[in-house]
Write a protein that binds this ligand. Structure first.
Ligand code: KG4
Ligand code: ZN
Length: 360
């Protein structure tokens, strides 16, 4: 008998966005994000206690909106997935409390999910085919093996080898700021508002990336680790004169944005080149807020092409929408489906000769 598809209500409150999604296997039925960007703009970054309060106010209406937009009810739900970390502790707490409360009210299991796993698996999310009722979707989960995950967000920047769901090796990561954080901090120096990454992308389109040459970090160490704080300091040194920030003319600002964006991404692709020279992957996955940037995608594709051989020519996979790049709950729901599928497979496959009564 065909198994009915599993509907999951997923919650992510790891940072400054309250998000609730309904997913069915890899399919996204709804992905509602109540953004707090306006609230945090005045601080030029995320303020944890303000985030917690806003999550508390937003969570219940966001749950309702996600159910309504997906056209489903609590009776249809099979599980609740929630981000357990990493993230801001006060913000995470709101999502976890809400998940526990809803789980006990509706007698559903809670699946705790790692936020970074969410960013990794965001590339596997699929839009629900229009006109198909969710009951007919099935759970078309792709096979996962030997992918390189690149996460570039406001909180993280890392290269991860994905052997299979739940089996990861971090190959390299930032030793200080994340790539998005670096762009946001430089944007703050330029008075661009928060978050600055998307604004820098727009301004960079009007500028020349060759006008300013920033240093390429960590070229002398052999690891795949990254560092963005030196680029931030170089930007500050160029912008500040005698303790005050220079006012740039329009074209100077565009050229500055194009140059710093190029330098941040060149650092990522330089290290990616090293990873690809030493390892081979079936696929390359790009996730996180900065993955929405078209220039980064182009530069990564070029780097992959340079390292491709006749035998090894991995495809770059990116999330199907920009919403899936940023913090969102749909990616959490997708990981939960993979975990559920793996658990039921594992139960059939793995032998446990010493399995005592009562052991999980
Ligand atoms: O994934 P995300 O929403 O939150 C974290 O998990 O951190 O990422 C937010 C980051 C911010 O630093 C923002 O400036 C950056 O992603 N970002 C971008 C773009 N869109 C968002 N950076 C460059 N280009 C973009 N288009
Ligand atoms: Zn994130």
């Amino acid at each position: 008998m065909k198994k009915p598809p599993q509907l999951i209500l997923a919650i992510d409150t790891s940072c400054d966005d309250t998000s609730v999604a309904i997913t069915c296997g890899p399919y996204v039925l709804s992905n509602v994000i109540a953004s707090q960007t306006e609230l945090h703009r005045q601080y030029g970054g995320v303020f944890p206690t303000v985030a917690k309060q806003a999550h508390k106010e937003n969570i219940a209406p966001t749950v309702l909106a996600a159910l309504k937009r997906a056209g489903v009810t609590w009776e249809d739900m099979q599980a609740i997935a929630v981000t357990q970390g990493p993230g801001l502790a006060p913000a995470l707490e709101v999502g976890i409390m809400c998940a526990k409360q809803l789980a006990s009210e509706h007698k559903l299991p809670v699946i705790p999910i790692n936020h970074l796993e969410g960013h990794l698996f965001s590339v596997l999310a699929r839009p629900k085919p229009g006109g198909t009722p969710w009951q007919q979707l099935g759970s078309a989960l792709s096979n996962v093996s030997n992918a390189l995950g690149i996460i570039v967000s406001g909180g993280h920047t890392l290269f991860v080898q994905v052997q299979r769901i739940g089996e990861y090796t971090t190959l390299g990561q930032t030793l200080d700021d994340a790539a998005g954080e670096c762009l946001d901090k430089i944007g703050r120096m330029l008075n661009l508002g928060y978050p600055a990454g998307p604004i820098i992308e727009q301004f960079a389109k009007l500028g020349d990336p060759k006008v300013i040459t920033f240093p390429l970090p960590l070229t002398t160490i052999k690891t795949y680790d990254l560092s963005f704080s030196g680029l931030k300091t170089s930007a500050r040194n160029l912008l500040e004169e005698n303790g005050t920030t220079k006012v740039l003319q329009k074209q100077e600002l565009y050229d500055f944005c194009a140059s710093i964006q190029y330098s941040v991404f060149r650092h990522i692709t330089y290290k990616l080149g090293k990873v690809l020279a030493d390892h081979s992957f079936a696929q390359i996955w790009l996730g996180g807020g900065v993955a929405a940037n078209a220039t980064l995608r182009r530069m990564i594709r070029e780097t992959i092409r340079v390292h491709a051989t006749q035998v090894i020519d991995p495809k770059l996979r990116v999330p199907y929408s920009k919403k899936l790049c940023m913090d969102n709950a749909a990616m959490i729901g997708v990981v939960a489906s993979f975990k559920q599928a793996q658990q039921s497979n594992d139960k059939q496959i793995e032998r446990r000769p010493r399995w005592g009564l009562g052991e999980n």
